[in-house]
Design a protein around this ligand. Structure first.
Ligand code: NAD
Length: 301
């Protein structure tokens, strides 16, 4: 089978001055994409700015024979998002792929979580994906083609101590991914997410002995596949680390139904409510409503 390529396509990778984003940018460029290497170049906590890291990665791509431009705008404002997409349009005339990867950390146990620890994390991870994707989306709809890859995290999907701000933003991106998948379907725009595990400056103190096995370059093949024309899915979430890739999904148990549900029924049937035997994976709200109507007496046909 032929190798997967991106000739003629333009990709924006946010937060691509280092860590995972750098690897995504290098791989997409090596496979023929023209790449906007966006990065504000700040600290892991979101302080400061420096165009240097983005310029270094863009130069590395050009030195290897690829095409790339550096961009230092912040994803965290609508103006920044517009400017990043304008960089792609100005340099390359189109945009086919957006990889929302930029991120910061401001961890703190919830009882100590101040607005200064909350707002920037939501602004970069969650709102940042809105700000960059929306102007690109307008172009994607017009051209009837687009691929968006969002970066979620097990911190939100599974819940990690001390990361209510980050976890909420990251789970918010799952909702963003699923809604955009529904909206993009008729325009051949596919939107998926990854929940990566990799050794970067963001995780160097957290991963311990596992860090050796979690090369960030082993995450990028999944990003590239989800960004490729041939990807068969939309609205899905994949956990990726160290060369392993698996799917996270939202399942629904068969549950318990009583047309006269009382609080004691909930107590008495709680293990049945929670029982994972025969669970389903609703593709959308319509599937859930059908299952509900079926449970209420076969009126979902
Ligand atoms: N490394 C992991 O194991 C892991 C796990 C789960 C999720 N993630 C997510 O993966 C993504 C990449 O993280 P990483 O581990 O490579 O860390 P990283 O700190 O190396 O990369 C994040 C990059 O985003 C950039 N950035 C921050 N704020 C920005 C802004 N406002 N505008 C533009 N760029 C900005 C930073 O300068 C940095 O280069 C993040 O979204 C992170 O939350 C990483």
């Amino acid at each position: 089978m032929a190798e997967l390529g991106f000739d003629g396509q333009v990709a924006i990778v946010t937060g691509a001055g280092g860590g995972l984003g750098k690897e995504h940018a290098l791989l997409l460029a090596a496979r023929g994409a023209r790449v906007v290497v966006n990065d504000i170049g700040g600290s892991v906590h979101g302080e400061g700015s420096d165009l240097g890291p983005a310029e270094t990665v863009a130069a590395q791509i050009r030195d290897a024979g690829g095409e790339a431009v550096a961009d230092g705008h912040s994803v965290a404002t609508p103006e920044g998002g517009e400017a990043i997409v304008d960089t792609a349009l100005g340099a390359f005339g189109r945009v086919d792929i957006v990889v929302n990867n930029a991120g910061i950390l401001r961890d703190k146990a919830f009882h100590n979580l101040t607005p200064e620890l909350l707002d920037p994390v939501i602004d970069v991870h969650l709102k940042g994906a809105f700000h960059v994707t929306r102007p690109a989306w307008v172009k994607m709809r017009e051209q009837g083609y687009g691929r968006v890859v969002n970066t979620s995290s097990n911190s939100g999907i599974l819940g990690n101590f001390g990361q209510s701000n980050y976890g909420a933003a990251k789970m918010g991106l799952v909702g963003f991914t699923r809604v955009l998948a529904a909206e993009g379907a008729r325009y051949n725009i596919k939107v998926n997410a990854i929940a990566p595990l990799a050794r970067t400056r963001m995780t160097e103190e957290l991963l311990g002995a596992a860090a050796d096995k979690l090369d960030p370059a082993l995450v990028s093949p999944v990003v590239a596949y989800l960004a490729h024309e041939s990807v068969p899915v939309s609205g899905e979430v994949y956990t990726v680390g160290g060369g392993r890739v698996a799917r996270f999904f939202i399942g629904m148990t068969r549950g318990f139904t009583s047309p006269a549900l009382r609080v004691e029924d909930v107590r008495d049937h709680f293990s049945e409510i929670r029982d994972e035997t025969g669970y389903s994976v609703p593709a959308g709200p319509g599937d859930e409503l059908k299952a509900l109507l079926d449970a209420l007496g076969g009126t979902g046909e």
